[in-house]
Design a protein. Structure first.
Length: 120
């Protein structure tokens, strides 16, 4: 459809009427939405103390690590199994595994929220 076709349709003197029952169906939907209860808000007042404590714990752990090791990566004890060098090879590897775990958790949460009633 081009602009000229649209102008021709809009310029015609025909009155467009909605199909029978359309206005009643729309008004019924509006009344249902108006009568529906408001959504339950997220309880930020209850969640905020937990979030604050979590931040304090994380900052304390990082500060303790900096004080203890001075920001240096410390060598771990020699591995006792064949799989240990792959899975446990110092502090940098621990951070890597932590990031992989957090990323996997985030991805799985997004998938669950997408296919449930929650919003992602």
């Amino acid at each position: 459809m081009e602009d000229d076709d649209l102008d021709l349709i809009l310029a015609s003197d025909e009155i467009l009427l909605p199909s029978s029952g359309f206005a009643a169906a729309v008004m019924d939907a509006v009344r249902r939405e108006a009568a529906a209860p408001a959504p339950i808000p997220f309880p930020w007042r209850r969640a905020l103390p937990g979030l604050i404590v979590s931040v304090i714990v994380i900052v304390s752990i990082l500060a303790g690590w900096i004080v203890r090791y001075g920001g240096k990566i410390v060598a771990e004890p020699a591995p006792t199994t064949r799989l240990a060098p792959i899975l446990y090879n110092g502090f940098a590897t621990q951070i890597g595994w932590t990031m992989v775990t957090l990323l996997l958790t985030f991805v799985l949460l997004r998938i669950v929220l997408r296919y449930s009633d929650g919003e992602a």
